[in-house]
Ligand binder design. Sequence first.
Ligand code: 1QQ
Length: 403
Amino acid sequence: MNIPRSISVLLTITAIALSACTSSKPGATTGTTPGGDIVGAVAIGVGVAQTSNVALLGQEQVAGAKIAEKYFNDNGGINGTPIKLVFQDTAGDEAGAINAFQTLITQNKVVGIVGPTLSQQAFGASPIADRAKVPVLAPSNTAKGIPQIGDFVARVSAPVSVVAPNSVKAALKLNPNIKKVAVFYAQNDAFNKSETEIFQKTVKDQKLDIVTVQKFQTTDTDFQSQATAALNLKPDLVIISGLAADGGNLVRQLRELGYKGIIIGGNGLNTSNVFAVCKALCDSVLIAQAYSPELPGAVNKAFRDAYFNQYKKEPPQFSAQAFTAVQVFVEALKEVDKTSKVTQKPLSDLRVALNQQLLKGKYTTPLGDISFTPEGEIVQKDFYVAQIKMNADGKDGKFAFLK
Ligand code: 1QQ
């Protein structure tokens, strides 16, 4: 039977939408576009950690992506065609990310993927998308080497090499007498290994002494031996590269052992979800930021207001980056659609065209004006440093941006 191409594509898109809607995987969304009608929507995958300890980071990404879905659909989607985000939970490891990416690519037939949460997962899962010629926009992979995974892998998350040094400089501004630095990092995680390299290089460039480098695992909860060994050397700065649960516990145990100096946390601690872990003892931790809620501009205002209305607090970096990744896909799809309707293009062609277009574009986002190098590295201008300020009750707090 000869089905005209436009009808066959429509049928495929309907099938994509229905499969996305009925997916029974835990974490898969069953939400709808504003009209309640997902037929004809363009499916964009979101593969981030919705379960496991990495969900402390991933849940902020889900929040940001959902705000973007509503915002861009309310503003006309892709020249009139709505988008539909399809969520697949990666959990916290490589196997989970690989499964989620494969489901998004082959079953949900998404045009592109926002994800995964960790660089460690990206090194496992993103090559699969790259080989399938499915564009990936990493919302939070900051380790060295992510854009180099392949032609179809780009990121909106600035690398540790440009973000991490800012917090060391901020610490020195707060205390110019810092001399001895104790460095901690989780050795079972690619991002943490990459981040600690940058931290250690920055410390040496600033002519400070690294008195010890202590290693741990992201699954650890007890840091007594490493913390005691480090504190015996009387550091006046501690720098931690870990994830939220382990990092938060390490902060707490250092303070309980009497450490009074400055603590810098890396990107893995960059969430208010650490507040429940180190409570009042999270206070004063410095963390570099690739996003500031104060950034001027209409898109950031819309994002910030939507986030604030829903969560009654300022949006975190991971939500802003996930929003930005969805935005880049939408704006690139709009461009592609101008020359040939996205609803009428075979999926494999659409994925390739989308990848080429997204690397060429310039985007005004909650992160400011961004673009990409031909390799897929983000080009972003402004970075910040925030300091955790805990409320008197020790339960809640906020990230206060340093001037
Ligand atoms: C990476 C990261 C994570 C800590 C972000 C969630 O930066 O894995 O690259």
